[in-house]
Design a protein around this ligand. Structure first.
Ligand code: SER
Length: 317
C-alpha cells in the first residue's frame, strides 16, 4: 500500500501524475496538494482527497504526512524557466526553500521523496550533444540554479540522513491535458494547439534550436519507475538524465505538416527564451537511467504527434 502526497497536483505534471498514481496504487491514499486559486477540478477532485498545502510551509507538509500516514512525497511545485527569470526570488523560495522543507519532513518522518530536475540544470559550458550523466552543470538561469542546488541537496540528504530522495532530469514535456506556463520548451506544446485550431504558429525560437522533449505518458512512467527502482542498483539518485526525442522547430513543424498539410509557421523570436534554449543541451545521453533502472521511452516524434493531434481535436473542436 502506498500513501502519497502530491505537492503541486494541479500543475502541468501533477494533474496527470496524481490520476496515474491513483490508478497504479488503488489500495493507497493519493492526496492532491494544491494552493488556493489552483483547486483540483473534475476527475482529479472527485477521485480522492485534496488538501491545501503551500510548499513554503513545512509545518503544513508535516501535518498532512501525519494525517494520511504518507510514505512518499512527489514535490512538483516550481516556476518554469522564463517565469522564474521574472521572479527569481520566488523561484528560489519555491525551488530550494520548498525542497528543503520536503527533505526535512522526509528526514523526520521517513518519507521517500521525488523531485523533478530538468535539462535546465545544464548550462553553456555543458557538452551539448549526448550530454553525459555526470558533466559540467553551470546553468545561467535561476531555474537551473535551483535545480542543480536541489540535486546536490537531495544527494546530501540521501548520503547524510538516508532520505530516499530520487529524481529525473525531465526534458520539455508535451501534453494535451494541462498547459505548461512560462517554460522555454512550451512552444512544442503551443504549436499543436495552433495546428488543430487552423491558426498560423508564431515560433519564439529560431530554426536549429534543438532541445530534448518527451511525451507526458513517458514522463509519468519515469516518475513512478524511478521511485519503484531497486535501490541496490542505483549508482546515481539526483538526478538521472532521461531522453526520448530531440528536435528543432523546423523538424516538429514538418512532422505536424505531414498530418495537417495547410499548417503554417512563421518566426517571432523571444530573446529571453532563445538565450535560455541556447544554453541548454541539444540531446541528453540517458544510458545510466537505462542501465540502473531500466528506463526506456515508448513515444517518438511521430507517435506523439499522432496522439497529440487526435486528442487535441477531441478536446478543442
Ligand atoms: N520545460 C521546462 C522549461 O522550459 C524545462 O524543464 O522551463
Amino acid at each position: 500500500m502506498k500513501n502519497i502526497l502530491v505537492i503541486g497536483s494541479t500543475g502541468q505534471i501533477g494533474s496527470e501524475l496524481t490520476m496515474k498514481l491513483r490508478r497504479e496504487y488503488p489500495g493507497g491514499t493519493i492526496v492532491a496538494g494544491y494552493i488556493p486559486g489552483a483547486e483540483p477540478k473534475g476527475e482529479l477532485a472527485a477521485s480522492g482527497p485534496a488538501e491545501i498545502v503551500d510548499i513554503t510551509d513545512a509545518a503544513r507538509i508535516a501535518e498532512l504526512v501525519d494525517k494520511y500516514k504518507i510514505d512518499t512525497i512527489y514535490n512538483l511545485a516550481a516556476l518554469l524557466s522564463a517565469v522564474a527569470e521574472a521572479k527569481p526570488q520566488l523561484a528560489w523560495k519555491i525551488g530550494v526553500g520548498g525542497l528543503y522543507n520536503c527533505l526535512e519532513v522526509s528526514r523526520e518522518k521517513g518519507c521517500a521523496l521525488f523531485t523533478p530536475s530538468s535539462i535546465g540544470s545544464f548550462g553553456p559550458g555543458t557538452p551539448h550533444d549526448h550530454t553525459p550523466q555526470d558533466t559540467i552543470q553551470r546553468p545561467k538561469t535561476i531555474y537551473g540554479i535551483t535545480k542543480v542546488t536541489g540535486e546536490m541537496l537531495s544527494d546530501y540528504y540521501a548520503d547524510r540522513f538516508g532520505v530516499d530522495a530520487r529524481s529525473v532530469r525531465f526534458p520539455g514535456l508535451i501534453s494535451y491535458v494541462a498547459p505548461p506556463g512560462g517554460g522555454t520548451t512550451d512552444y512544442a506544446v503551443d504549436i499543436y494547439y495552433s495546428a488543430v485550431k487552423g491558426e498560423e504558429f508564431k515560433c519564439p525560437l529560431k530554426p536549429g534550436t534543438y532541445m530534448d522533449m518527451m511525451y507526458m505518458p513517458d514522463a509519468l512512467r519515469a516518475a513512478i519507475e524511478i521511485m519503484e527502482a531497486d535501490p541496490e542498483k542505483l549508482k546515481h539518485r539526483n538526478s538521472f538524465n532521461i531522453a526520448s526525442m530531440s528536435f528543432d522547430p523546423e523538424i516538429i513543424y514538418n512532422k505536424i505538416k505531414e498530418y495537417v498539410p495547410d499548417f503554417k509557421m512563421s518566426y517571432d523570436l523571444d530573446p529571453l527564451r532563445q538565450k535560455i534554449a541556447d544554453s541548454w543541451p541539444d540531446s541528453l545521453d540517458d544510458t545510466c537511467a537505462r542501465e540502473e533502472w531500466g528506463w526506456k521511452p515508448e513515444y517518438d516524434l511521430d507517435s506523439m504527434t499522432r496522439d497529440m493531434l487526435e486528442n487535441l481535436h477531441k478536446k478543442i473542436l
